[in-house]
Design a protein around this ligand. Structure first.
Ligand SMILES: [Zn+2]
Length: 173
């Protein structure tokens, strides 16, 4: 049984979320700076509240925590309240998809960055995309020469794998 009330649990998890997000975002920020990437805004009023927005490039960057956004490599359900967490994280995933789609329809390019990409340094590839767009704009080109692609390779979780979630997390699908 859960030893916390629902309200207590939400409060605790909200503080965990805020703290985890913050350090990952700050790390991303320092990587942007180290790579001389400019033109980003934080708290930019855009659907889904992206963590970083490049208004001139029409690029929205979301930093997705491995746990909260259901990274297939690192998201492990807590041992208690599996149903609760499974539902919650699945909701987040659906919300992420919806927001990415909405932005894409408004001709924004959505880049979703996993927490683990920031920690491991593999995020450089995605930063390279932003830099390329910057260069194109500074040469007088359009923000996007091709229609914006889907939210990013990591987001396109094959359906078959998604369906394995129930089994993986040992809850009813
Ligand atoms: Zn991960």
């Amino acid at each position: 049984m859960d030893t916390f009330s629902k309200a207590e649990r939400s409060r605790i998890m909200a503080s965990v979320k805020a703290k985890g997000n913050k350090s990952t975002e700050l790390k991303f920020l320092s990587i942007l700076k180290a790579n001389d990437v400019i033109g980003w805004r934080r708290n930019y009023p855009l659907v889904g509240r992206p963590d970083f927005v490049f208004p001139k490039l029409r690029v929205a960057v979301f930093i997705d925590g491995c746990f909260w956004h259901g990274c297939l490599q690192h998201c492990r359900m807590p041992s208690s309240n599996k149903d609760y967490w499974y539902t919650k994280i699945d909701k987040n995933i659906q919300r992420d998809k919806k927001i990415s789609k909405e932005l894409k329809n408004k001709n924004w390019k959505v880049i979703r960055v996993w927490e683990h990409e920031i920690k491991s340094g593999t995020v450089k590839r995605k930063i390279g995309i932003i830099k390329k767009l910057h260069n194109r704009i500074s040469m007088g080109g359009p923000p996007l020469s091709t229609p914006p692609r889907q939210a990013g390779p990591h987001r396109a979780v094959p359906k078959a794998r998604r369906n394995n979630w129930g089994e993986r997390f040992n809850v009813a699908p």
